[in-house]
Design a protein around this ligand. Structure first.
Ligand code: ADP
Ligand code: TPW
Ligand code: MG
Length: 590
C-alpha cells in the first residue's frame, strides 16, 4: 500500500539527480500508455493543465475540447469503436460534473470509458473548508459509474489505472471514474521503483464461454420455432466478432433486425435483413434470438401491441451480463458469454447440420421487405425545395452506399428516426447515434472521436436542435482539421419549426428557433467550409465536395418547417391528459 513521503533522500535528489526521479504526472501517463491508451479527450485547467501538456510531450494524442461533456462523449464513442477504454480528462467540480453526463452515458450504453478528473485534497474536501472548485467527486461519480476509484499516492498510480482499465472492460463494459487529487501529480518517487509499480493489465476482457447445456437448450428452442427472428444489438457491434455473427445469422437463416448501432454488422442490404418489415416480424415471430441487445424501451420491453399476442414468443438471449436475463420477459434459453464465444459454440453444433426456417416465413418477410422498399423508393428521389426528410436523406443514402467506409453520426428526433430507417449502413461500427438514452448533443463528440479513432471520413446528420447542444465543438473539428462533414437538418426547431405560442403572446413557441438561422456562417468563422443546400441536388453536390476535399464542412440543409412529427417516431411516449386536451384544442392535433 502506498504512502508517498518526501524522505530526506528524495528531497536531496530533486536537487542533485532529478533524472533518477519520476512524479505523479509521468507515472499516470506511463501507466495509461502501458495499457494501450493513446488518446486523451480533454479540457485543460487547474490541476490537470500540465498533465495534458506532458502527455502530449510523451507522444500521446491529447485533443482539447471546448466543453467537457463533448470530450466525454468522444471518449465514450471511442470506447465503443475500439473496444478499449476511451479516456476523458477534466478539471475539478464543474469540469468533472460536465464530464459526468458522458460517463453515465457510457455506463448506460455498456461502453468502456475512464473519466480522469483532477480534484481537491481530501483533507480540505472532507472538512468542507471551501477549496477552489471543491467537491466530493468520488461520492458523486459512484452511482453513475461501473466503478470509481481515488489514487492518493504516487506508488499506487499503477494499481489505480489497472483497476480502472479492468473495471471498464471486464464483463459488461462501462464507465469508470478515476479521482486524481492535484497534489498526487506533483508527488515524487524513485524512477526505477516507480516503473516497477506500474501494472499492464493482462486479458482485461477475457473470453467467456457458455456452458454446453445452455448451447443445447438454445438450439432446442430455436429448432422448434416456425417463425424465428434475430435481433442484433450494439453489444454485438462492440464485441468485434463480425465474421462469427455473420456466419451464425446466415447459417441459422432467420430474418434479422439490427438495432440502430448494429446496422452494418451485416449490410442493411442483406437478403435476411428485415428492417423494412419490422412491424411484421415483431408481431408474427414465435421465437426471438437477441444477440447483444437488451429488451429495454427501445424494444418496448418485449411486450405490447407491437409484439403481438402476449406469451406467444420464446426468447433466446446472448449477453455477457447474467443479470440482464429476465429483466423484461422470461428468457427461455439464456446464453451467458461473450458474443464471439457464444456464436462459435452455436456454430460448432449447427455447421452442416441445420434446417433453415420454412420458405413460408422467410419468403413472406422478404416479400414485405421488397414491397416496402419499392413503395418508399420514389419518395427518396424527390427534389423538393425546401427539402423533406425523404428527399434529403435519399441523397445521403446514395452517398453512403458509394462511400461505405464513412462513419455516419446521427442525432435529432425526425432527423434521427428518418435517417436510421432510410440510410443503409454497409459495414460494422459505421453508425454512431444517441444510444440507449436518446441523448441530444452527442453528435460532435462522436464525430470527432470517429475521425480520430478510424481516420475515415465522418458524416454527421444533425437535427438543428441536436446540433445546438454541441455546436461550439465545430471549432475543435476545424482546429484539428478533421474530415467531418456536418449536415444540419434545419427545420427551424425541435420536431417542427411551425409551433405556435398557445397564449397568443409574443414569445415564440417553446419548440421553435430563430427562423432561417445561418449555421453555415459559424463554420466559416473557424475557417471551415460553410454552405447552404436548398434542394437535394445542392445537398448531393456539397457532400460530394466535402468527401473529396476531406475539409471540415458544415452544410445548412433547409428542411420544410412542417416536415417533421412531434418527437419523431416516439410521440407515444409523451404523457397526455384528457384535462389538458380539453383545455388546449391544439394539443389534439399534435
Ligand atoms: P441495443 O441498444 O443496440 O439494443 P443494448 O445496449 O441494449 O443494445 O445491449 C447491448 C448488450 O450487449 C448489453 O446488455 C451488454 O451487456 C451486452 N454486451 C456488451 N458487450 C458484449 C460482449 N462482448 N458479449 C456479449 N454481450 C455483450
Ligand atoms: C440531453 C429531448 C429529444 S429530440 C430533441 C430534444 C430536445 C430535439 C429534436 O429536434 P431536432 O430534430 O434535433 O431539431 P428534428 O429533425 O425532429 O427537428 N435534452 C437531452 N436529450 C434529449 N433527448 C432531449 C433534451 C429531445
Ligand atoms: Mg429540427
Amino acid at each position: 500500500m502506498g504512502v508517498t513521503q518526501m524522505t530526506d533522500d528524495l528531497v536531496a535528489r530533486t536537487e542533485t539527480d532529478p533524472e533518477t526521479l519520476t512524479d505523479g504526472f509521468h507515472l499516470l501517463i506511463d501507466a495509461l500508455k502501458l495499457n494501450g491508451v493513446e488518446t486523451i479527450y480533454n479540457v485543460p485547467g487547474i490541476p490537470i493543465t500540465d498533465l495534458g501538456r506532458y502527455a502530449q510531450a510523451q507522444g500521446m494524442r491529447v485533443l482539447s475540447f471546448r466543453h467537457e461533456q463533448h470530450a466525454g462523449y468522444a471518449a465514450a464513442a471511442a470506447g465503443f469503436l475500439t473496444k478499449k477504454p476511451g479516456v476523458c480528462m477534466t478539471v475539478s467540480a464543474p469540469g468533472f460534473l460536465n464530464g459526468l453526463t458522458a460517463l453515465a452515458h457510457a455506463t448506460t450504453n455498456c461502453w468502456p470509458m475512464i473519466l480522469i478528473s483532477g480534484s481537491s485534497e481530501r483533507e480540505v474536501v472532507d472538512l468542507q473548508r471551501g477549496d477552489y472548485e471543491e467537491m466530493d467527486q468520488l461520492a458523486i461519480a459512484r452511482p453513475h459509474a461501473k466503478a470509481a476509484y481515488r489514487i492518493l499516492h504516487a506508488e499506487d498510480i499503477g494499481l489505480g489505472v489497472a483497476r480502472a482499465v479492468r473495471a471498464a472492460l471486464t464483463g459488461r463494459p462501462g464507465g469508470v471514474y478515476l479521482d486524481v487529487p492535484g497534489a498526487l501529480l506533483g508527488q515524487v518517487m524513485d524512477e526505477v521503483e516507480g516503473s516497477k509499480s506500474l501494472i499492464k493489465v493482462v486479458d482485461p476482457s477475457p473470453a467467456s464461454v457458455p456452458s454446453p447445456e445452455a448451447v443445447d437448450r438454445a438450439l432446442d428452442v430455436m429448432k422448434n420455432a416456425k417463425k424465428p427472428l434475430i435481433i442484433i444489438g450494439k453489444g454485438a457491434a462492440y464485441a468485434q466478432a463480425d465474421e462469427k455473427v455473420k456466419e451464425l445469422v446466415e447459417t441459422l437463416g432467420f430474418p434479422y433486425l439490427p438495432m440502430s448501432m448494429a446496422k452494418g454488422l451485416l449490410p442493411d442490404t442483406h437478403p435476411q435483413c428485415a428492417s423494412a418489415a419490422r412491424s411484421l416480424v415483431l408481431k408474427e415471430s414465435d421465437c426471438v434470438f437477441l444477440i447483444g441487445a437488451r429488451l429495454n424501451w427501445l424494444l418496448s420491453h418485449g411486450e405490447g401491441k407491437a409484439w403481438g399476442e402476449k406469451g406467444a414468443k420464446q426468447f433466446v438471449q446472448i449477453d455477457i451480463e447474467p443479470n440482464e436475463m429476465d429483466s423484461n420477459q422470461p428468457i427461455a434459453a439464456p446464453l451467458i458469454g461473450d458474443i464471439g464465444s457464444c456464436a462459435g459454440a452455436l456454430l460448432e453444433k449447427i455447421r452442416g447440420n441445420w434446417e433453415k426456417p420454412s420458405e413460408d416465413w422467410t419468403g413472406a418477410v422478404r416479400s414485405k421487405v421488397e414491397a416496402n422498399i419499392e413503395r418508399m423508393a420514389p419518395r427518396l428521389k424527390n427534389n423538393n425545395s425546401p427539402m423533406d426528410y425523404q428527399g434529403s436523406l435519399g441523397v445521403i443514402k446514395d452517398l453512403i452506399a458509394e462511400n461505405p467506409d464513412t462513419v455516419l453520426v446521427n442525432e435529432g428526433a425526425n432527423a434521427l428516426d428518418q435517417c436510421r430507417s432510410i440510410v443503409d449502413i454497409h459495414k460494422p461500427r459505421k453508425r454512431l447515434d444517441v444510444g440507449t438514452w436518446g441523448i441530444m448533443g452527442v453528435g460532435m463528440g462522436s464525430a470527432i472521436a470517429a475521425a480520430v479513432e478510424t481516420g475515415d471520413q465522418v458524416l454527421a446528420v444533425e437535427g438543428d436542435s441536436a446540433f445546438g447542444f454541441c455546436g461550439m465543438e465545430i471549432e475543435t473539428v476545424c482546429r484539428y482539421n478533421l474530415p467531418v462533414c456536418i449536415v444540419i437538418m434545419n427545420n427551424n426547431g425541435i420536431y417542427r419549426g411551425d409551433g405556435e405560442n398557445w397564449s397568443g403572446g409574443e414569445d415564440p413557441s417553446t419548440t421553435v428557433f430563430v427562423k432561417d438561422s445561418k449555421y453555415e456562417l459559424m463554420m466559416q468563422a473557424f475557417g471551415g467550409v460553410g454552405v447552404t443546400a436548398d434542394n437535394p441536388d445542392e445537398l448531393r453536390q456539397a457532400i460530394k465536395e466535402a468527401f473529396a476535399s476531406r475539409k471540415p464542412t458544415l452544410i445548412n440543409a433547409i428542411i420544410a418547417e412542417d416536415a417533421g412529427k412531434e418527437s419523431g417516431n416516439i410521440g407515444n411516449l409523451n404523457p397526455s391528459s384528457v384535462v389538458a386536451q380539453n383545455r388546449y384544442p391544439q394539443a389534439k392535433n399534435i
